[in-house]
Design a protein around this ligand. Structure first.
Ligand SMILES: CC(=O)N[C@H](C=O)[C@@H](O)[C@H](O)[C@H](O)COP(=O)(O)O
Length: 222
């Protein structure tokens, strides 16, 4: 699986929550379109969406569940039950938030559940220490997904420095988070990532339209 993903583009098919494209049939169409365009794998949120994508295309699926908890800031795949459900729905890889923040279940138990389910684990890190911790639990993939998201202000640029640091740990590294142009996606691989995930710039029409709308408004003022 990791050989198959080497030097490849992975597309995150997560429409804006509650938006007009937030439906399993549309997520499945986005995934098929991404594969037609050259993506090798897709990242998909939610059990119904993973099921719909699995039924529509053969590409490897990185499955996640996002849960909003009252007593924890951890949102991405916080429960072992999420892992069992994502596996049953057809995920090949399961990604989870591995940041050092209060969480409802122990990371050790989550990684054990992933191993027990026979799928690969992808550790969504915010910093080098997250990656080092995830390695101790046997993470198969280290990713930069959470870089810039554990403090209130999201950085505008992707965290290429974290790619370099994680790559030095010697595990398969996926760059993810704000790779909003082809040049930035290519820069991730040049920095040492084994693959790159692009989401918003390909599959969040509202976000991309917003970028253009702001630029057009700013241009009109000149
Ligand atoms: C921080 C967090 O919750 N990230 C989520 C992870 O699944 C998604 O909302 C992102 O869209 C995804 O990581 C891809 O990143 P970008 O959309 O920037 O290409």
């Amino acid at each position: 699986m990791l050989k198959f993903l080497e030097n490849q583009l992975i597309v995150s098919c997560q429409p804006c929550t509650g938006g007009p494209m937030d439906r399993p049939s549309i997520v499945a169409a986005l995934a098929c379109a991404a594969v037609e365009g050259g993506a090798t794998a897709v990242r998909v949120e939610g059990i119904r969406n993973v099921e719909a994508v699995r039924a529509a295309c053969d590409a490897p699926i990185i499955g996640i569940v996002k849960v909003d908890l009252a007593d924890s800031p951890v949102r991405i795949t916080p429960f072992t039950q999420n892992i069992r459900d994502l596996t049953a729905a057809g995920s090949d890889i399961i990604a989870l938030d591995v940041t050092d923040r209060p969480r409802p279940e122990r990371l050790e138990d989550l990684f054990q559940a992933i191993k027990f389910c026979g799928v690969l684990s992808m550790a969504d890190c915010s910093c080098l220490a997250d990656g080092e911790g995830a390695l101790r639990f046997g993470a198969d993939i280290l990713a930069t997904t959470m870089a810039g998201y554990t403090t209130p202000h999201t950085a505008p640029e992707p965290d290429l420095e974290l790619v370099v640091k994680l790559a030095a740990l010697g595990r398969f590294v996926i760059a993810e988070g704000r790779y909003n142009t082809p040049a930035l996606a290519a820069a991730a691989l040049a920095a040492g990532a084994n693959a790159v995930v692009v989401g918003s710039a390909i599959t969040r029409t509202e976000v991309v339209t917003g970028w253009f709308a702001s630029a057009v408004k700013a241009g009109a003022k000149l």
